[in-house]
Ligand binder design. Structure first.
Ligand SMILES: [Fe+2]
Length: 210
């Protein structure tokens, strides 16, 4: 008799690799935009630097934003979310020189977050997702091997042209760049359009007295 395992309450992380031709176009245009900020960025430091956070409407990122919207639409469909549309509420580039990483964080006030890799040198720093649950690790016996059930985190190697989409509440960090060159990524947030008008009302309907 086979033992069946039910994987309840999974945390979805969506990964998509753009086609080589699209990757080349998107990365060329993204780097052209990012270079315009490099000389003037006040945030330049050993830990890396980032552009302003409102790049979503820049023409250089138009094709990338198309992929973002397409991927987010598929993710929301997979979640069977009823909504009246969504917005890319923020978009910015991160440049991480050798040694630079990023501490664990979430993206408040959004539903989905994501990242796209423009430059991803070998060993340039994986994105690491952290299990938001504390309960399973109150008792943490030694294990023979690492697997989905006993890991507190999961890392994903960055690849150029790869997009990763995840719930905005999911803690994530970036390991230090020990690769040969800069790591360049573009982050973005997605939130429902007209959230207050369409999604914040009580779910039980107007007839309820509660
Ligand atoms: Fe992030």
């Amino acid at each position: 008799m086979t033992l069946q395992t039910l994987n309840l309450f999974p945390t979805p992380v969506w990964v998509r690799q753009l086609e080589p031709e699209a990757t080349a176009r998107v990365n060329r245009d993204a780097m052209a935009l990012i270079e315009t900020f490099r000389a003037t960025s006040a945030a330049t430091k050993a830990g890396g630097w980032a552009t302003p956070t409102d790049l979503q409407d820049r023409p250089e990122l138009h094709e990338l934003m198309g992929f973002v919207r397409e991927t987010a639409g598929e993710a929301l469909a997979a979640l069977a979310v009823e909504h009246d549309g969504f917005l890319v509420t923020g978009c910015w580039a991160n440049v991480k020189p050798r040694g630079a990483g990023h501490p664990s964080h979430i993206h408040p006030n959004n539903f989905l977050s994501g990242v796209y890799y423009v430059r991803a040198p070998e060993a340039g720093g994986n994105i690491v997702f952290h299990d938001p649950r504390q309960q399973p690790f109150l008792l943490a016996p030694r294990t023979r091997e690492r697997n989905l059930y006993n890991s507190r985190n999961a890392d994903l190697p960055a690849r150029e042209g790869m997009m990763v989409l995840f719930p905005a509440w999911l803690h994530h960090s970036v390991a230090g760049n020990s690769g040969a060159g800069e790591r360049v990524s573009i982050s973005f947030n997605i939130m429902f359009e007209r959230f207050g008008e369409t999604l914040a009302r009580p779910k039980w309907g107007a007839q309820s007295e509660d």
